[in-house]
Design a binder for this molecule. Structure first.
Ligand SMILES: Cc1cc2nc3c(=O)[nH]c(=O)nc-3n(C[C@H](O)[C@H](O)[C@H](O)COP(=O)(O)OP(=O)(O)OC[C@H]3O[C@@H](n4cnc5c(N)ncnc54)[C@H](O)[C@@H]3O)c2cc1C
Length: 715
């Protein structure tokens, strides 16, 4: 615990102790207040402002310190100040006091509680972050939940202080009026317990539940309204139609068939989508060849005097296609038909919330379906830079048709796809210039991670131009030129081919979304709720078309939710869980991450500690000649809970799996340290990172004590 926290805790403890020592608990009893009523009324008559101020201050102190007696003080407020003034004073004093208690709990306890139990509180945190105000309002109106407990508990969950204040004031108003009013007849009341009759408690409960019920009702009405202009078929041919057979569509259809639903999967181009045909698979196959070449070039450092390689680029690309072909059966029509999925080749168009028209080479047919999953993916974004069409820009979709290695290649974009391909082509022998308008490569990662990658690229001869904005493409005397701008000056880059890798946009046009009025987000993905439903509750979207991620594994992850929700709602539905999302960029060194980076933790004000283990110290990496990189782990202060991990180095994409499992299942650094890792492996880096964390958190006091013990044992 830091000094400021210790000082606040001591002050609070002192004030509470003083309250009991001075007999405050005996003063604030129902009987005593009743007995003192007349004299307090006389004091108020003689000194109205001073009495009101003193009462206000005392009320704030009692509630702020969570002391017993708030209900009795409210009755006293009614007895002394009357209904209107009493209500006004108590309403503000109780809300301010409650907010002070809330802030104290937040300051003293939140980090500790979240650090220790954050994993178990995930659903609670998400719920409060989304609709904390509504929950608080309901709690304030349920008399069974004590006032002070709400204040302290709310300090621990993600709700803003201002929201807490005004919702508390609003939520407590009805109860305040009832108690203050009862206080006016204080002399006739025998105990505070009888003030709330069962009828009144029921009315409060209804009032508390009203906003939640109203929201549900509004949602239901909204959902019905979107269907108003469509005619629902009396029965459906299918339980589910899935549009797109990429990672998201294949998994959606597979899940549906596995639970015995009648499902149709429609694909207009190639089964397997981008990942198999133009994305992950071909790019990783190309990267492998590039890596083999890099190793051959580095052969001397392993004691091999002569090792040379001659690249046959056409054969490299032929191998890439052989790899795609080898994996193709996993995503084939035959396999999915065998699994119980009806596969149709054709262009799907949604014609109503329950009908899909499929155009298979001019032959059209319409299917009716109870639910729909849109998994139409994304495509490369080509920015409207003047002259870009004239120079013929390659994208991740057209790149795979190349059979001649570009001599000079410009790669636009410093994100994962740009970086992977820039390095691969440089290793294959192209003179690569990578142009990125931001100040660093891989801008989603921490700056030192970007720097490690940039440094390696520079060593390997990639000309990385940061803070360079592509302005124009020109052809001068049949020479292709890119004009970029850096710090106000013009830079000319001559090239033979340009690869555009500046991002991918969701496919949202031309298949019915416009006609149905399904909205898209600012990121141009289909707008969905936490269940992956569009504004039509029976139409779902997942994968790249829905975002926010653009990975194969997140597409399949979402697909499970989309398919299960589409088939089993309204009886059972699940919120898509994005709490632990890993990814990797397959450059050399690889960069893999799960959870928060240090930059994100700072931006979001998440309390954290950073542990870094340098892979240059790892025995296996030294033996392999790959001793570069690091394991960087963010943990919650005061606990071993992992908030995020980044690994840079050989096989980082595989090594990160240990942290993914740990985060998913609430295992901390102590558990990683307590697990046997085989020697000598790269995976040991994770254990050493946990060891570095442990050393920094060794209990110094206990160590000093055992040192003395050992000295004493030596005699
Ligand atoms: C070069 C590159 C490298 C990548 N590397 C990785 C990586 O290493 N790891 C990783 O996780 N991700 C990687 N990705 C991203 C990954 O490929 C995508 O995230 C993934 O393919 C998304 O799957 P999806 O099912 O959402 O969409 P897609 O795979 O795009 O599938 C959508 C399918 O829908 C079809 N379709 C669209 N409209 C219709 C219609 N109206 N009717 C019928 N069919 C339709 C399309 O033809 C397409 O086949 C990479 C991407 C690229 C471009």
């Amino acid at each position: 615990m830091n000094r400021r926290r210790a000082a606040v805790l001591a002050a609070v403890a002192l004030l509470i102790a003083a309250f009991f020592a001075l007999g405050g608990h005996r003063v604030l009893t129902f009987e005593n207040v009743k007995a003192q009523q007349a004299s307090l009324q006389a004091t108020f008559a003689a000194h109205p402002w001073q009495t009101a101020l003193a009462y206000f201050g005392a009320y704030v102190a009692v509630t702020g310190l969570s002391l017993p007696g708030a209900a009795v003080m409210t009755l006293l407020g009614g007895a002394v100040f009357g209904l209107w003034w009493g209500t006004l004073i108590v309403s503000f004093a109780s809300s301010i006091g409650a907010t002070l208690a809330f802030l104290a709990s937040r300051f003293l306890l939140r980090d500790w509680v979240q650090g220790r139990y954050g994993q178990h509180l995930r659903a609670v945190n998400e719920g409060f972050a989304r609709e904390g105000g509504l929950y608080l309002f309901t709690l304030r109106l349920i008399p069974a939940v004590p006032f002070f407990a709400i204040n302290l508990a709310m300090g621990l969950v993600p709700i803003r202080a201002w929201t807490f204040y005004w919702v508390s004031q609003l939520g407590m108003l009805a109860g305040t009026v009832v108690y203050v009013n009862a206080g006016r007849q204080l002399a006739q009341i025998d105990s505070p317990q009888g003030i709330l009759s069962p009828g009144l408690i029921g009315a409060f409960l209804l009032l508390g539940l009203f906003p939640l019920l109203a929201r549900k009702a509004i949602d239901a009405v909204k959902a019905r309204r979107v269907y108003a202009r469509w005619t629902r078929p009396p029965r459906f041919d299918r339980n589910l139609v899935v549009i797109g057979a990429g990672s998201a569509g294949l998994v959606s259809a597979y899940i549906a068939a596995a639970v015995k639903a009648k499902v149709t999967l429609v694909e207009k181009h190639q089964m397997g989508g981008d990942c198999l045909n133009t994305g992950c698979v071909p790019s990783k196959a190309l990267i492998k060849t590039a890596r083999v070449l890099a190793q051959i070039r580095n052969a001397q450092s392993y004691g091999i005097r002569h090792a040379s390689a001659e690249v046959d680029f056409a054969e490299v690309m032929a191998r890439v296609q052989r790899v795609v072909k080898a994996i193709e059966p996993h995503d084939s029509v035959e396999r999915y038909t065998g699994l119980g999925v009806e596969c149709i080749e054709g262009d799907a168009k949604i014609t109503s919330p329950w009908t899909v028209e499929i155009d298979s080479g001019g032959k059209k047919r319409t299917l009716t379906t109870r639910a729909l999953v849109i998994a139409a993916g994304a495509e490369p974004f080509v920015p409207p830079i003047p002259g870009i069409d004239a120079v013929g820009c390659l994208t991740s979709e057209t790149l795979w048709d190349l059979r001649e290695l570009p001599r000079r290649l410009v790669v636009l974009g410093g994100g994962p796809i740009g970086c992977e391909l820039a390095q691969a082509f440089a290793r294959l022998g192209s003179k690569v210039t990578q142009v990125e308008m931001l100040p660093r490569l891989l801008p989603r990662e921490d700056p030192e991670v970007s720097e490690l990658v940039r440094h390696r690229f520079a060593e390997e001869g990639v000309d990385v131009l940061l803070r360079h904005k592509a302005k124009e493409f020109r052809i001068e005397e049949s020479m292709k030129i890119l004009i970029a701008e850096c710090d106000g000056r013009e830079v000319r880059i001559e090239f033979d081919q340009v690869l555009c890798a500046v991002g991918r946009v969701a496919r949202t046009r031309g298949y019915g979304l416009e006609e149905l009025g399904i909205p898209t987000t600012r990121a141009r993905t289909i707008e969905t709720n936490e269940f992956l439903q569009t504004i039509y509750p029976n139409i779902y979207a997942c994968g790249d078309v829905a975002g926010p991620f653009q990975f194969t594994h997140t597409a399949s992850h979402q697909a499970w939710y989309a398919a299960v929700n589409a088939l089993f709602a309204p009886f059972r539905r699940f919120r898509a869980d994005y709490s632990v999302i890993p990814w990797a960029t397959f450059t050399d060194p690889e960069v893999a991450r799960v959870g928060l980076s240090e930059s994100e933790a700072k931006e979001r004000n998440v309390p954290h500690e950073v542990t870094v283990y340098g892979i240059d110290e790892l025995d296996r990496a030294i033996a392999d000649g790959t001793a570069q990189g690091m394991v960087k782990v963010l943990t919650a202060p005061g606990s071993d809970r992992i908030l995020g991990a980044t690994i840079v180095g050989e096989h980082a994409g595989d090594l990160i799996a240990e942290f993914v499992t740990a985060m998913r299942h609430g295992l901390g650094m102590n558990k990683i340290l307590g697990t046997i890792h085989i020697y000598p492996t790269l995976a040991e880096a994770n254990k050493y990172a946990a060891g570095t964390w442990k050393r920094a958190h060794a209990p110094q006091g206990a160590l000093r004590a055992v040192e003395k013990f050992h000295a004493w044992m030596r005699g």
